[in-house]
Design a protein around this ligand. Structure first.
Ligand SMILES: Nc1ncnc2c1ncn2[C@@H]1O[C@H](COP(=O)(O)OP(=O)(O)OP(=O)(O)O)[C@@H](O)[C@H]1O
Ligand SMILES: [Mg+2]
Length: 498
C-alpha cells in the first residue's frame, strides 16, 4: 500500500563525468522506520541521499514524498518539505551563533521584521531536546565535535523534519556521544520521525535499524529486513563474495627497538607517557575517543610538540618539532583527518605520490612510469573506485578519499608508521586489504602503531596493546591476553597496570 511509505524513489539515475553513480535505483522507505543504506565505498549511497535532499539534481527517475511526486531544486526546498540531513562532518559556521546556525539564515519574520524572539525561543527549545546546554547566542565554533553533530539534529527538528538522513554520523564521536544520539533517534522515532542511516559499522546497523537497502556499483542489490538476515549475509550482499573478516597472522618475534618514547608530557593533554615499538611489531593503542591517543601521536610526529619528554628513533634521540623533522626521522603518520595533506583538485596519482617523489627518482629524473605503476598497484589493492588515476580526489566518495591518504603514507620510506583509525569510513572488503598492507610493512621489518576505537580490529591487528585513559597509559597487554572486556576496564580507568 502506497501510504506505508514516506519516500519512494524510482529509477533514479545520476551521471558524473566518467562515472554512472546511480543507475536506475529504486528505494522505498517505510514510514517511521530506521532504514539503513549500505554498500562498498563508491557504491552511490551519499549520492542517492544528496539527490533525495535536493543537493544534486537527478538525470532521470521520480521521487514520491508522502505519496506525492516532488521535485527539490535545492537543499532548502527539501528542508522546507521536511527532509533533514545530518552529515558526517558537521556543517556549521563557527563564527555565527548557535541559533543562526540552526535556522541557516532563514530567519523567522513577523510582518517585515526579523523575529529574534521566536528564533531564540525555538532554537533553545530544539537545543534542549537534543541536549545542547550552551546558550544559543554563543558562537557555534565553541561547541565540541559531538555538540556540533547534535546541532544538526536540532536543525532538523527546527525545520520539523519528518525524514532525517544520517550519513556516517558517528565515526568521530565518543561511545557516550553515540549512545546519546541513538537515544535521540529512538525518541524521535517514537514521535513518528523516519530515519535513513548510512554506515559501515555493522554492529550499529544491527542495533538500530529495521530494514537495509544494499547498493553495489550504483545499482540496487536488494532491500532486506534486519530481522531476517545476519551480519555475514549482509556483508556478502554488499561485497558480492565471501569476506572472511580474518586478520593476518601475528608477528613471530619482535626485532630491534625502533621507537622509544620516555615521559612525554603535555599540559592538559597527556602526562608521563612512555612506550616503545619494535621492528616487525604492530602496537595497538586503545582507549575512548578523547583519551589522548591522537594527541600523543601528534606530539611524536611534531605536529603539536610535547612540553617535555624524550623520543628516540633507532636508538638515537630525536627532537621533532615539525612533521618535516618527523619525516626526516623516518616517521610516517596517517592522521584521522582524511582531508589534511590532500590536494582536493589534484589527481589520485598526484596525491598518492607527491610526498614520496624522491623514491621515484632515477638518474636525476623522476621515473614517471614507476610512479604510475606504484600508484596503480595501490589503486587496485585498495579497490579505489574511480574512472582512472587522473581523477581528482574531490570527485571520490568519502571512503575512497581515505584510501588515497592511506596509500600516500604507505609509499613513504619510513621505519615507523603511525595509523590513526586507518579504516574509518572504509568498507569491509578494503578493511581486510588495509590490515594486510599494514602486516606487510611490519613483516618487512618496519614498526607500526595503530590507533583504533573498534575493539575487534584493535585486538585482531595488534601484537601488543597499550590502553590510554585521561592522557596516561593505564594498561599494557600482549594480544593473547587482550579481550574487549579487559580493554574497556583499562580504558575507563576501572583497572590500571601501566
Ligand atoms: N561530485 C562528484 N563528481 C564526480 N564523481 C562523483 C562525485 N560525487 C560522487 N562521485 C562518484 O560517484 C560514485 C558514488 O559516490 P558516493 O559518494 O555516492 O559513494 P558512497 O557509497 O557514499 O561511498 P562511501 O562509502 O565511500 O562514502 C563514486 O564513484 C564517486 O567517485
Ligand atoms: Mg558516502
Amino acid at each position: 500500500m502506497q501510504e506505508d511509505y514516506i519516500v519512494q524513489m524510482r529509477g533514479i539515475r545520476k551521471q558524473f563525468p566518467g562515472v554512472l553513480a546511480l543507475d536506475g535505483v529504486d528505494l522505498s522507505i517505510r514510514r517511521n522506520q530506521i532504514h539503513a543504506i549500505v554498500g562498498e565505498n563508491g557504491a552511490g549511497k551519499s549520492t542517492l541521499m544528496k539527490v533525495l535532499s535536493g543537493i544534486y539534481a537527478k538525470d532521470a527517475g521520480e521521487i514520491l514524498f508522502d505519496g506525492k511526486p516532488v521535485v527539490f531544486r535545492s537543499a532548502m526546498d527539501a528542508r522546507n518539505a521536511g527532509i533533514g540531513l545530518v552529515h558526517q562532518e558537521p556543517q556549521v559556521v563557527p563564527t555565527v551563533s548557535i541559533a543562526e546556525n540552526i535556522c541557516l539564515g532563514q530567519l523567522p519574520h513577523h510582518k517585515l521584521f526579523v523575529d529574534r524572539r521566536t528564533l531564540l525561543e525555538e532554537s533553545a527549545r530544539v537545543c534542549g531536546y537534543v541536549g545542547i546546554t550552551k546558550p544559543v547566542t554563543m558562537p557555534a565554533g565553541r561547541l565540541s565535535m559531538g555538540e556540533q553533530q547534535l546541532l544538526q539534529f536540532a536543525r532538523a527538528l527546527y525545520y520539523k523534519s519528518r525524514l532525517i538522513i544520517m550519513d556516517e554520523p558517528t565515526s568521530s564521536l565518543t561511545e557516550h556521544e553515540k549512545e546519546h544520539i541513538f537515544g535521540i533517534v529512538r525518541k524521535l522515532q517514537g514521535e513518528g520521525v523516519t530515519f535513513v542511516y548510512i554506515t559501515h559499522r555493522m554492529e550499529e546497523l544491527f542495533e538500530l535499524c529495521d530494514e537495509a537497502t544494499v547498493l553495489k556499483d550504483g545499482a540496487l542489490v536488494t532491500t532486506v529486513k534486519i530481522s531476517e538476515i545476519d551480519k555475514k549475509g549482509l556483508v556478502n550482499l554488499m561485497v558480492g563474495r565471501e569476506v572472511g573478516l580474518n586478520f593476518p597472522p601475528k608477528a613471530e618475534a619482535a626485532g630491534r627497538e625502533v621507537l622509544r618514547v620516555e615521559n612525554l608530557t603535555k599540559a592538559g593533554l597527556f602526562h608521563d607517557v612512555s612506550f616503545c615499538v619494535h621492528a616487525g611489531e604492530v602496537v595497538g593503542f586503545g582507549g575512548l575517543i578523547g583519551a589522548g591517543r591522537t594527541e600523543i601521536m601528534d606530539a611524536v610526529f611534531g605536529m603539536n610538540p610535547a612540553d617535555s619528554g624524550k623520543v628516540f628513533m633507532n636508538g638515537k634521540e630525536v627532537v621533532v618539532k615539525s612533521p618535516k623533522e618527523a619525516i626526516a626521522a623516518k616517521i610516517a603518520y596517517v592522521t584521522e583527518d582524511r582531508h589534511s595533506g590532500m590536494v582536493m583538485h589534484a589527481s589520485i596519482r598526484e596525491n598518492m605520490t607527491l610526498a614520496s617523489l624522491k623514491t621515484f627518482v632515477r638518474h636525476l629524473f623522476i621515473n614517471e612510469g614507476t610512479r604510475t605503476q606504484t600508484a596503480e598497484k595501490f589503486r587496485k589493492r585498495l579497490a579505489i573506485k574511480a574512472p582512472g588515476l587522473s581523477t581528482p580526489v574531490d570527485n571520490l566518495s568519502g571512503g575512497n578519499q581515505q584510501k588515497v591518504v592511506f596509500a600516500k603514507w604507505l609509499m613513504q620510506d619510513a621505519d615507523l608508521y603511525i595509523f590513526d583509525e586507518p579504516t574509518r569510513g572504509v568498507d569491509v572488503g578494503a578493511k581486510e586489504e588495509i590490515y594486510k598492507l599494514i602486516r606487510e610493512l611490519t613483516n618487512a621489518g618496519k614498526a607500526a602503531v595503530v590507533i583504533s576505537s573498534e575493539l575487534p580490529e584493535l585486538i585482531g591487528m595488534s601484537d601488543r596493546i597499550l590502553v590510554v585513559h585521561n592522557g596516561a597509559i593505564t594498561g599494557e597487554l600482549p594480544y593473547q591476553e587482550a579481550t574487549e572486556n579487559i580493554i574497556i576496564q583499562y580504558a575507563t580507568g576501572v583497572m590500571k597496570n601501566g
